[in-house]
Design a protein around this ligand. Structure first.
Ligand code: HEC
Length: 311
């Protein structure tokens, strides 16, 4: 064995018997590792914090329902109640398609009132296979009423965008598929149904436009009205020598208010008495003053003629 190896061996042997020396030897390494971890932590402290789960905050804006769609005015065709209340395969098929898209979430595919949304609902959706608990009943007329008006105090809302034909189709499907021995409507019940919902006449449903567009129209309209009032005011200021303009200046306490009131309605345009009544009735609230009462008939005439021209 060489001297070198001997020396190494004896050093190791010495260390074994002296744990304090071992500590002293490895202490610098522990220190370096410890400080290293510390520095790493400091450098990453932002990321480490970010990895903790943030509190769940719902975005309230995301819950605002979408704006309305453009819908053109529609003509709802008249419905022949007697024909539509006869069971027919094509109506049942149309009803099934409508039911599967619009109703199963609550009433379930088998009509047992066990759709995915049902558990949370009180009262729970009707079980069509049971005779119990019906409010309007499973006759065609009853189901039609339910679909037209909804059931107050429950999740069953009115499906009033459906045409009468679609409502009959749904009624036919529910009765054919789920209701055991569905009871028949008496002829009088069908006649009454037709009358109540004006089914024998064509009906018009109004169109709708998105609220955002409606606001633009409202603002545009308000802008036009404002412009009209300002034009009238400029005219009156320019014509201050005109008898009508002089009267206006004399009997108003707030010119813009007075012009706004007068431009808010056309009622007075064909009738001087209406014009006089309007001003006398509203007087102070409408920007006029007590001097109104001093006007002679001929002054009223020239005032009326003048305002008819500028507004
Ligand atoms: C959001 C859930 C929900 C949806 C969707 C729904 N319903 Fe209902 N429906 C109910 C609830 C709840 C009731 C029970 C109301 C009660 O008992 O007061 C009900 C009751 C009914 C009744 C029984 C009325 C009576 O006379 O008691 C009919 C018929 C009906 N729904 C048809 C439909 C049809 C057809 C559709 C699809 C176009 C539909 N429902 C969609 C929740 C729903």
């Amino acid at each position: 064995m060489s001297n070198f190896e001997n020396g190494k061996k004896s050093k190791l042997a010495e260390l074994k018997n002296n744990p304090v020396k071992v500590m002293a030897l490895i202490y610098p390494y522990i220190l370096v590792i410890g400080v290293g971890i510390g520095l790493f932590y400091l450098a990453k402290v932002n990321d480490i914090q970010k990895q903790t789960l943030p509190p769940v905050l719902k975005d309230s804006l995301a819950q605002v329902p979408g704006d309305l769609n453009v819908e053109l005015p529609k003509t709802v065709p008249q419905a022949d109640v007697m024909a539509l209340s006869q069971p027919s395969d094509s109506l049942v098929a149309a009803g099934k398609a409508l039911f599967n898209t619009n109703c199963v979430s609550c009433h379930g595919v088998n009509g047992k009132g066990d759709g995915v949304a049902a558990a949370a609902l009180k009262p729970s959706p009707r079980n069509f296979t049971s005779k119990d608990g019906w409010i309007n009943g499973p006759k065609i007329s009853g189901i039609f009423k339910t679909l037209s008006e909804g059931i107050k105090g429950s999740a069953m809302v009115a499906f009033d965008t459906f045409t009468p034909q679609q409502k009959f189709a749904l009624a036919q499907y529910i009765r054919a598929a789920f209701v055991p021995n569905p009871p028949q409507d008496a002829k009088e019940e069908l006649t009454e149904l037709s009358q109540t919902y004006h089914l024998s006449q064509e009906q018009k449903s109004p169109g709708q436009i998105p609220i955002a567009d409606a606001m633009v129209l409202v603002n545009r309209d308000a802008g036009a009205k404002y412009q009209k009032i300002m034009d009238a005011l400029n005219m009156i200021n320019k014509n201050s020598n005109d008898n009508g303009a002089a009267i206006f200046n004399k009997i108003t306490s707030d010119k813009i208010k007075a012009l706004t009131m007068l431009s808010s309605t056309d009622e007075w345009k064909n009738n001087e008495q209406t014009f006089v009544d309007l001003i006398v009735d509203e007087l102070n609230e409408a920007g006029f003053n007590d001097k109104v009462h001093e006007l002679s008939n001929s002054e009223w005439d020239s005032f009326y003629n003048y305002i008819s021209k500028v507004l």
